[in-house]
Design a binder for this molecule. Structure first.
Ligand code: DC
Length: 257
């Protein structure tokens, strides 16, 4: 993908743009409304890496929605804002200029032209993100942004992952999956990812974030019509296969196969 995200989107609350997979990877005249595979799940369920791998196998785009909340937390911190102060968060949201790539092989996130792909994964951002994700007007505007990003992607499909995707952002998606895993397995996976941090501390932080986030969205219970994929006893490849089986079965049933 090139440096400049295209096409740019104009939107009322804040600026945003997206980049889609490299030319040639989407069929010419791709469906005007991409097929949405909506995947929810808590931290450590593997939803981000599993969703991306599933998108790759399907030849779809991938939208990591948590990146938007993380980028806003980064933006708030850059302005010296306490992210537990909803009014202050709303204020800096006014000039939140967000861009994200939907390309599975060329992922980046930018705020005001600054590449924040790595910075939004820093512990200081992770610690601050629940505060911004709790602000209702922010959630509404960001939800609309996600819908616009997907609608204008020019792709046959997009795998969208987050915490409220099957229930709030795309409740009518043809494929909706809740990816879960037992809490101790999720904590172990997270601490394996964050090798420089103490396992007990990682588990405590994960449980704390689950608790804070679950006051905003219930991402631990499957809504009606949502398929559960429990990865507690599955490795990564088996989890991706399980997700792809749900996609295949659901689309097959829909198409009368
Ligand atoms: O999945 P993640 O850890 O990157 O998510 C970052 C934060 O954003 C986390 O606090 C959950 C929140 N989030 C949300 O509230 N809704 C979403 N659709 C995605 C993430």
């Amino acid at each position: 993908m090139t440096d400049s995200p295209t096409p740019a989107l104009t939107k009322p609350a804040f600026g945003a743009a997206l980049a889609t997979p490299a030319e040639g990877s989407a069929p010419a005249g791709a469906a005007s409304v991409p097929l949405v595979v909506a995947i929810d799940g808590p931290a450590g369920s593997g939803k981000s890496s599993v969703s991306r791998a599933a998108a790759e196998r399907l030849g779809y785009g991938f939208l990591d929605t948590g990146a938007a909340y993380r980028a806003l937390a980064w933006h708030a911190l850059a302005h010296g804002v306490d992210t537990s102060d909803a009014t202050a968060v709303l204020e800096v949201f006014g000039d939140f200029d967000y861009a994200i790539s939907l390309d599975t092989t060329d992922r980046w996130v930018r705020v005001g032209g600054v590449d924040v792909t790595a910075a939004i994964r820093e512990p200081r951002v992770t610690d601050a993100v629940s505060g911004v994700a709790r602000v209702a007007p922010v959630r509404h505007a960001v939800t609309e942004l996600f819908r616009r990003l997907v609608a204008s992607a020019g792709l046959p499909g997009v795998v969208v992952e987050g915490r409220d995707i099957t229930t709030v952002v795309f409740p009518d998606a043809p494929v909706r999956i809740l990816l879960t895993a037992a809490p101790e397995v999720r904590a172990a996976r997270r601490s394996a990812e964050l090798t420089d941090q103490d396992a007990a501390k990682v588990a405590a932080a994960l449980h704390q974030r689950d608790a804070a986030d679950s006051t905003v969205v219930d991402f631990l219970t499957a809504a009606d019509g949502v398929e559960v994929v429990d990865s507690t006893h599955l490795d990564f490849a088996q989890t991706v296969d399980a997700v792809l089986r749900v996609v295949e079965t659901t689309m097959g049933a829909r198409d009368g196969r």
